[in-house]
Design a protein around this ligand. Structure first.
Ligand SMILES: C[S@@+](CC[C@H](N)C(=O)[O-])C[C@H]1O[C@@H](n2cnc3c(N)ncnc32)[C@H](O)[C@@H]1O
Length: 460
C-alpha cells in the first residue's frame, strides 16, 4: 500500500483514489452527500465551526470526461444513469455520475476479500443500489441495513401531513467477491445470557438444554442412513438422528451429548461455543452522537455505528478507508479497534477535527499525517501497449470512436482519461481507437471525441 497509516488527505477524493494502489484496502465506509438538495454548515461556536459542504447537484458539477469514462467502463450503468434523468431529473443524473466515477475507483482499490458500506438515505438509495449492482456485481450485494438515526422526526415539519417521518438511513453493504467474510454477530448482554443459558454444569460452564434437537421429527421425512443404534439408544421413528454416528460420537466425546443418570439423553449448547446473536439488518440500538462525542460537524455519524461495521468486516491490522471522512468518525473507530486507516475529505476543516478528536478521544497527537497532494501508485503497471490484444478482443475489433471494424495493426492504444489529466496506464483506462479517431481525440476527453465525431457526421 502506497499510503501510510493515519493519513488524512484534504482534497477531492477522486484524484486521491486514483493514486491509491490497486487491491490495497480491506474495508471502505463512505458517507457521501446524499443529494439532499441542501447545503450544510457547522454552527458557529462548535468545534467544527467553519466546516461546510454542499449537497446540490447540477450538470455543471460534473466533469465532461466522467460521462465518457462511465460509458466506456460500465456501458449498462451509463444507460441506468441516463434513465435516472428521465425518472428523477438532471440533478439525480449529475449526482450519480459524481458517485459512479468514485465508486469505480473504490472497486479498484478494494482487495478481493474486502467489503464496502455505502451510507445513504431514501433520496437516492434506490438509484445507488442500481449503481452499486452495476459496479460491484449484483451477486456481491449482501445486505441493506436500516439505521434508525432518530427516534422521531422534527416537530412541526412542513411535510408532516404529506409523508411518514423520515428517521432512518440506509447502508448498502457489498462484498468485493465471494471470498469476503463477515461476522454479523453481537455479544449477548448479561441478562440475555442468564435467560438463554439457564444451566450450569459441574465445571461451572453455562449451557442450555437442546435435547429437542437430538432426533429428526417425523415430518422431516425418512432417512435410513440416519437410523442406527448408538450406545444402546435407538431413535424412536424412521426419520433418524439429527447427526451422523461419527458426529454424534464426537459430540459425546466433547461433552455436548450427555447420558444422564436417569438414562435419558441430553444435548447441551454451551455459552463458550456460542457465536452470538445476529444483529439483523434493522439497527435501532445505535444512538446519534451526543454529549462529548458531538463535534457540531454537520451530518456527523456515531462512532458506535462505525465500530460495529469495522468489527464485523475487518480484522486487527486491516486497512480501513473513508473517502468522505468528515469529522473523522471512521478514523476514530478504526484507531480504537487497532485498524490502519486513511481518511479523505475535501473540507480543510476535516483534518483539524481528526487531530482534535484523536487527541481528545484516544490521546494521540502529532501522529496524523496530513497530505494535500495526490499519492503516486507504487504498483508496477506493464507497458500500456501490452494490453492491445486483450482490448482488441474486448472491443471485438471495433474502434471505440467511430465504431468501425479495423484490422489489429490499424488500431492504436488510447488513454480514456488522458495522461495529462491524471489518467493511468491501467487496463481500465485504456481503449483502442483507429488512427483517425485517435488524432481527432488528441489530448481531449472521450466525450469531446464523441461530440467531434458527431459534428463531423461520422456518428449520429
Ligand atoms: C455526510 S458528510 C460525512 C460525515 C462523516 N461520516 C462524519 O461522521 O463526520 C460528507 C462529507 O463529504 C465531504 N465531501 C463532499 N464531496 C467530497 C469530495 N469530492 N471529496 C472528498 N470529500 C467530499 C464533505 O466535505 C463532507 O465532510
Amino acid at each position: 500500500m502506497n499510503v501510510k497509516n493515519r493519513t488524512v488527505f484534504s482534497n477531492d477524493n477522486l484524484p486521491v483514489l486514483r493514486g491509491i494502489d490497486t487491491e490495497s484496502v480491506d474495508l471502505i465506509y463512505l458517507d457521501p452527500p446524499f443529494n439532499s438538495n441542501r447545503n450544510y454548515s457547522a454552527p458557529i461556536g462548535s468545534e467544527a465551526a467553519g466546516a461546510a459542504f454542499k449537497d446540490t447537484w447540477t450538470l455543471s458539477d460534473v466533469d465532461n470526461a466522467w460521462h465518457g469514462e462511465i460509458a466506456d467502463r460500465e456501458p449498462a450503468l451509463y444507460q441506468a444513469i441516463d434513465a435516472a434523468e428521465l425518472t428523477h431529473g438532471k440533478g439525480m443524473k449529475s449526482y450519480l455520475i459524481m458517485m459512479a466515477v468514485r465508486l469505480l475507483e473504490m472497486k479498484r482499490v478494494l482487495k478481493k476479500t474486502g467489503s464496502i458500506y455505502l451510507h445513504c438515505d431514501p433520496t437516492a438509495s434506490h438509484y445507488l443500489k442500481v449503481t452499486m449492482d452495476s459496479i460491484f456485481g449484483k451477486n456481491n450485494y449482501r445486505s441493506e441495513i436500516t439505521w434508525r438515526r432518530a427516534t422521531s422526526t422534527q416537530k412541526g415539519s412542513q411535510h408532516r401531513s404529506l409523508r411518514w417521518g423520515n428517521n432512518a438511513d440506509m447502508l448498502l453493504y457489498y462484498a468485493a467477491s465471494s471470498s469476503t467474510s463477515l461476522r454479523p454477530e453481537r455479544e449477548l448482554t448479561e441478562s440475555e445470557i442468564l435467560k438463554k443459558f439457564k444451566h450450569v454444569d459441574e465445571n461451572g460452564q453455562r449451557y442450555y438444554n437442546d435435547s429437542a434437537h437430538i432426533w429428526r421429527t417425523p415430518n422431516m421425512g425418512e432417512r435410513p442412513n440416519l437410523c442406527y443404534e448408538w450406545r444402546g439408544f435407538v431413535n424412536p421413528h424412521p426419520s433418524g438422528w439429527r447427526l451422523s454416528k461419527e458426529r454424534l460420537e464426537e459430540e459425546y466425546e466433547k461433552g455436548n451429548i450427555v447420558i444422564r443418570p436417569d438414562g435419558k439423553l441430553e444435548r447441551r449448547k454451551y455459552l463458550k461455543d456460542y457465536k452470538g446473536a445476529s444483529y439483523g439488518n434493522i439497527w435501532d440500538d445505535v444512538l446519534p452522537p451526543a454529549g462529548e462525542e458531538r463535534t457540531g460537524y454537520p451530518t456527523q455519524k456515531p462512532v458506535a455505528l462505525l465500530e460495529r461495521i469495522i468489527k464485523a468486516s475487518s480484522n486487527e491490522g486491516d486497512i480501513v478507508l473513508d473517502p468522505f471522512c468528515g469529522c473523522a468518525t471512521t478514523c476514530v473507530a478504526a484507531e480504537r479497534l487497532q485498524r490502519y486507516w486513511i481518511g479523505i475529505d475535501i473540507s480543510p476543516k476535516a483534518v483539524d477535527l481528526v487531530q482534535v478528536r484523536l487527541k481528545k478521544e484516544i490521546g494521540i497527537f502529532g501522529d496524523v499525517i496530513h497530505r494535500t497532494d495526490i499519492p503516486k501508485r507504487s504498483e508496477k503497471l506493464p507497458n500500456y501497449r501490452t494490453h492491445k490484444h486483450t482490448l482488441f478482443g474486448k472491443q471485438e475489433g471495433l474502434c471505440n470512436g467511430c465504431r468501425t471494424q479495423f484490422p489489429f495493426r490499424n488500431m492504436t492504444v488510447d488513454h480514456i482519461v488522458p495522461q495529462s489529466q491524471g489518467g493511468t496506464d491501467h487496463e481500465d483506462n485504456l481503449q483502442l481507437l483507429c488512427g483517425a479517431c485517435n488524432s481527432t481525440k488528441g489530448q481531449g476527453t472521450q466525450a469531446e471525441l464523441i461530440s467531434r465525431l458527431k459534428a463531423q457526421g461520422v456518428l449520429r
